[in-house]
Design a protein around this ligand. Sequence first.
Ligand code: GDP
Length: 469
Amino acid sequence: AVESASDSNGAEDQLLDELLASSVHDRSCLSRYRSAPYRRESPYKPSADLVKSLRRYEALHKSCGPQTEAFEKSMLLLKNPHGGPSRCKYLVWTPENGLGNRMLSLASTFLYALLSDRVLLIDRGKDLDSLFCEPFPGSSWLLPPDFPLKFRAVFNKTDPHRFGNILRSRSISDDVPQPAMVYAHLSHDYDDQDKRFYCEADQKLLHQVPWMVLRSDQYFVPALFLLPSFERRLHQLFPQKEVIFHHLGRYLFHPSNPVWDLIISYFEANLAGATETLGIQLRIYGSENPIIKLVTRQILNCTWGEKLLPLPVAHNSTGIPSQKTVSVLLTSLHSEFLGRLENVYRGFSLGISFHQPSHEERQQTGREAHDAKALAEIFLLSTADTLVTSAWSTFGYVAQGLGGLTPWILRGPVHAAVPQPACVRATSMEPCFHFPPNYDCAAGGFLETTTVLPYTTQCRDRISGLQMV
Ligand code: GDP
């Protein structure tokens, strides 16, 4: 918990142990240097290698990014693939699915850009530019509006630029002239040919192509360790495997000023005074009773069983009221849980208060005001001292990673009775990669990725998922 977050100005804290460059001191992005005091201090320091790599990347981005000569020249290649070599290579990320999925795949894509010396640019979709600040000093990560490729129209299953299709038609090899652009489809529905992205020989071919468009809704960081050419570097960058998203997320995602305003005003009004904050992130599928009733029971069984909340009984035998106050921050699309939980504690002076910033009722990704609330809530959850999250939810994964918190996961996500136990502790704070490639590069066909990578395990909330530990 934070006593006076807005007063704190510790210069070292602000830079998150040099994760952030110190050169951006303007008021266009207040959250960049002001987030640290709202969160628990992170015991996880970025490695010197990571810090160095980030500064090097920032310099590369500045010299190759939009509005540079190199960028203009490289864009010409998209019209005329044989227009000569380009100094810079690009990685264009395109969004898919909800905000949590987007943030996980964007962080993964950024790491791939670092490893493959590409400059990351993003297709802003409907509103990403209004949600996030520019992360790279003195440059932009937004594709300019006049960029010649139109993402909605192309990059579908049958697109001839799709890497899987290129491999199928054998139109890429060391003997054929390189295309100017390739589309890597790494979403949950990728097929075996697309999965060859994670094979060393194919990665070598991709390395030559100046423009790569990448679409994914996954946290695919663990699979980058499958590539021997990246593996050594990854170990240097991240000696601690369970804090990769923690660092990447804190480096990349700075809420824009309007979203920051939402975060701070809610925090100050509802959470700042408490001794402790417990975040409970509820992502449920189906909002009608008895699901609401079941999940409410599940929350209580979990928080009581794990002693995250006290039982609502008349106070302790000493008669001295507890000095401790706990704010429970509830996030959900649905409004019904708040009242039910408040009712359980009504009449007991245990210092517990419940707070829910919004209840949007349904997902409306792409609506700016809706996405701003989602981002604000992810961020608010990341300020909690303890987290309870929902199985399978990337929304929760982002919050836990940014906060540096290993959550208790409400088991599910779909059930007809309250599960026993109601929740389990995650193995690490890392997000779960829901659809790992499980592809055998040597023989083709299925190969369980967990058996190849030692510092990974199955996810507690998804047996077929892969998680760094
Ligand atoms: P996932 O579907 O749980 O993996 O998470 P995503 O973030 O990818 O997609 C769910 C989307 O639904 C979010 O991005 C929000 O738009 C919305 N949503 C889900 N849960 C919440 C919530 O607790 N609060 C708010 N404000 N929006 C939510």
